[in-house]
Write a protein that binds this ligand. Structure first.
Ligand code: PRX
Length: 676
């Protein structure tokens, strides 16, 4: 049964001056037509790419849910992002503008510009290295554990050029998480760096990679890009520095792009869930690139003159699709920024916009909330009026953050949306469309499904929900960019996404459709936690906690956080006889960081003697979470011990009191005041 949901906005429509605004009805009419055309609609989009050979079937749905797009079509991602751009006369146009973290007024700027011509040269050389020196062949897998440096996209494109798939692991993951993902994907080669820069500190990536490789026997060789100059141990016969091995490859090396089938995998990217190991989402080539081409045009209205900046790390899907493949496919200039958006000063991001003349900006609600917290004086120091389109992604955006950013950077007029999608979808699925029919914006809403994509909010029985009723988000038909499968586990792919509502893809998000048809995605319906927009599975965090000898049981839930959206908190039952202590708390927090990675820092650990459980002893995280956010706990008829709910509530209240008394004594301001 769906429950009525209070929408998080009080102002119905923000009709921004200067926005081409048309009635939602008109867009919905157009959208219906695209659905009526079915796969033929997507054929017209795909035909705008440059295929070596045309497909014979737009969509093969003979073995659902393992749909295949553009079957028989041949293409190559690296060809489309590089060679084709040269053919279109973009050899001298900047493809990648990179800025290192260590820039502040008075310091020389650390930056690199690669034109499409230079990108082509480097991609060809790197492809030759992978193929001829490392023996990487079509179908092999290469792992990447890299900071945000230009070699990252170069190597992704090089792998794609020779038909190898790649698997990227975000550099905030631990050795154990890295090893698990590399092994699962069967990576033969790992490319990492001596270190990465983050807030002025060097992150020792090679050290972590060494530990991971020791536990990932599939990896036989390691290439290390020099970034920080950190001295790192090199294992003879296994490790080599990138610049050393590349020095043997001539500048004019040419590697012909492999003729890949549309349904050949381009990459595997793992997502975390609530149970079991991370799921390796396998993305195809033809469908994925078609979706990116469409969304770069419709959502970002990308043009020849744009300086396009997506602030995501390439370690996540947003970086794959909208730092690397999307913009390069369109021959745009993609800005890559290495570090933290507020380092060394809180206006770093605004100064990047000013110095590079960013015109299209794609960022996250967490980033915007942290900018807000630092205060608008930091923004006012910079000219940001080059921005003509903005979007956010990764988590719901609260209307206050939307309005703040729209006013200060968007001059209360530029198109600004909250694009909904997920690792599984490959690219944007719901958005307002500055490059198409632009509807009026509503702060906090996602807008409408993009053309050709059939998304609905449904009730528990799979029927379309009434307007303003909270329901579940589903995609009702295959779309280009959808996963081919979960690597090595097709049964799980079917079970997780396609079994709840047979025939529909189940996204795992709560959503409402308002009376105008706008979709508002409200958050996860499962126990996935979104920390600063990053997706973390409770399972990995809990498995880390129970590895501690003092811990009997653990449940991790996400609690609301002003800036990061959500943060994970661990509830821990200790073994009999173990004393609760601050030092144990700290040890547990450290353990999770060690096992999963710094990305998974628990905000707190709360000791309890019992947790709400079903009679079959399953922890009811849903109940724990409801208690924490002060929502009704819902149906608890299956609960074993009702008093456990009160214990969780009491323990959490105690913690909050402790935190607020700590805050009262803490005069530290966040971000300081802007320099005069
Ligand atoms: O809950 C939704 C949320 O992020 C989830 C997907 O996470 P991930 O696979 O890491 O991909 C994030 C970047 C594409 C979704 O299930 N989400 C993403 N974008 C939005 C969002 N929730 C609300 N509004 C959004 N714009």
């Amino acid at each position: 049964m769906s429950v009525s949901w209070a929408l998080p906005f009080d102002e119905k429509v923000l009709a921004g001056g200067g926005v081409r605004s048309q009635a939602a009805d008109e867009y919905l009419k157009e959208h219906r037509v695209t659905l009526q055309k079915g796969a033929a609609f997507w054929e017209s989009v795909a035909s705008e790419l440059d295929w070596f050979e045309k497909w014979h079937a737009a969509l093969d749905s003979s073995n659902p849910p393992f749909h295949k797009w553009f079957v028989g079509g041949k293409l190559n991602a690296s060809y489309l992002c590089v060679d084709r751009q040269l053919a279109l006369g973009r050899a001298d146009k900047p493809a990648i503008v990179w800025e290192g973290e260590m820039w502040a007024p008075g310091l020389p700027s650390e930056s690199r510009v690669l034109t499409y011509g230079e990108l082509s040269r480097e991609v060809n050389r790197a492809a030759k290295l992978l193929r001829d020196v490392y023996g990487i062949a079509r179908g092999d897998t290469v792992g990447f554990y890299l900071p945000m440096i230009p070699e990252f996209p170069i190597l992704m494109l090089a792998a794609a050029r020779i038909g190898a798939k790649f698997t990227v692991v975000f550099s905030g993951f631990s050795a154990e998480s890295l090893a698990e993902r590399l092994e699962d994907a069967g990576a033969r080669l790992l490319v990492t760096a001596d270190g990465g820069m983050r807030r002025g500190a060097v992150i020792p990536l090679k050290e972590t990679a060494d530990k991971a490789v020791a536990a990932a026997p599939s990896v036989r060789s390691v290439i290390v890009v020099r970034r920080t100059g950190l001295q790192v141990p090199m294992k003879p016969g296994r490790d080599a520095f990138y610049e050393d091995v590349m020095s043997q490859i001539p500048d004019d090396a040419v590697v012909d792009p492999a003729r890949m089938s549309s349904e050949d995998p381009l990459f595997i990217l793992h997502t975390s869930g609530t149970t079991g190991r991370p799921k390796g989402q396998v993305h195809d080539t033809g469908g994925y690139l078609t979706l990116l081409h469409a969304t770069m045009k419709w959502v970002f209205d990308i043009s020849e003159r744009d300086m396009y900046w997506c602030t995501a790390d390439i370690g996540w899907i947003t970086g794959h699709s909208y730092v690397v493949f999307g913009p390069l496919l369109e021959g745009a200039t993609t800005l890559m920024y290495e570090g933290a958006l507020d380092f060394p000063q809180p206006d770093k991001w605004a100064s990047v916009i000013e110095r590079h003349g960013v015109s299209v900006l794609y960022t996250s609600p967490t980033a915007i909330r942290s900018f807000m917290k630092n205060g608008e004086a930091w923004v006012a120091k910079h000219r940001t009026s080059s921005v003509r389109i903005m979007h956010s992604v990764g988590e719901p955006i609260n209307p206050e953050a939307f309005r703040w950013m729209h006013r200060l950077v968007g001059r209360s007029s530029v198109p600004f949306g909250s694009t909904w999608w997920m690792t599984e979808t490959g690219g944007i699925m719901i958005s307002v469309l500055p490059g198409g029919t632009m509807v009026a914006m509503k702060p906090g809403s996602n807008g409408f499904p993009i053309p050709g994509v059939d998304i609905e909010v449904v009730d528990d029985s799979g029927r379309r929900s009434e307007a303003l009723q909270r329901g579940l988000l589903v995609i009702r038909r295959p779309w280009p960019g959808m996963p081919l499968t979960i690597h090595n586990d097709p049964g799980r792919y079917k079970e997780v996404y396609w079994s709840r509502f047979p025939g529909f893809f189940y996204a795992g998000d709560y959503a409402v459709r308002d009376e105008d048809g706008y979709i508002w995605v409200l958050g996860r319906a499962d126990e996935v936690i979104k920390v600063a927009g990053h997706r973390l599975g409770t399972y990995e965090l809990e498995s880390a906690l129970v590895q501690h000898p003092a811990v009997a049981e653990a449940a991790v839930v996400g609690v609301p956080d002003e800036v990061r959206g959500e943060v994970p908190v661990g509830f821990v039952i200790l073994k009999t006889g173990v004393e609760r202590s601050e030092s144990l708390k700290e040890a547990l927090i450290r353990l999770v960081r060690e096992k999963v990675g710094p990305v998974a820092s628990l905000k707190d650990v709360i000791f309890v003697s019992r947790l709400p459980k079903t009679r079959s002893a399953k922890i009811m995280r849903r109940v724990v979470r409801a208690v924490l956010v002060g929502k009704p706990v819902g149906d608890i008829s299956t609960i074993e011990d009702e008093a456990s709910v009160e214990e969780v509530r009491g323990a959490y209240l105690e913690l909050q009191q402790e935190v607020s008394s700590r805050k009262a004594g803490d005069q530290e301001d966040n971000g300081g005041s802007p320099p005069t």
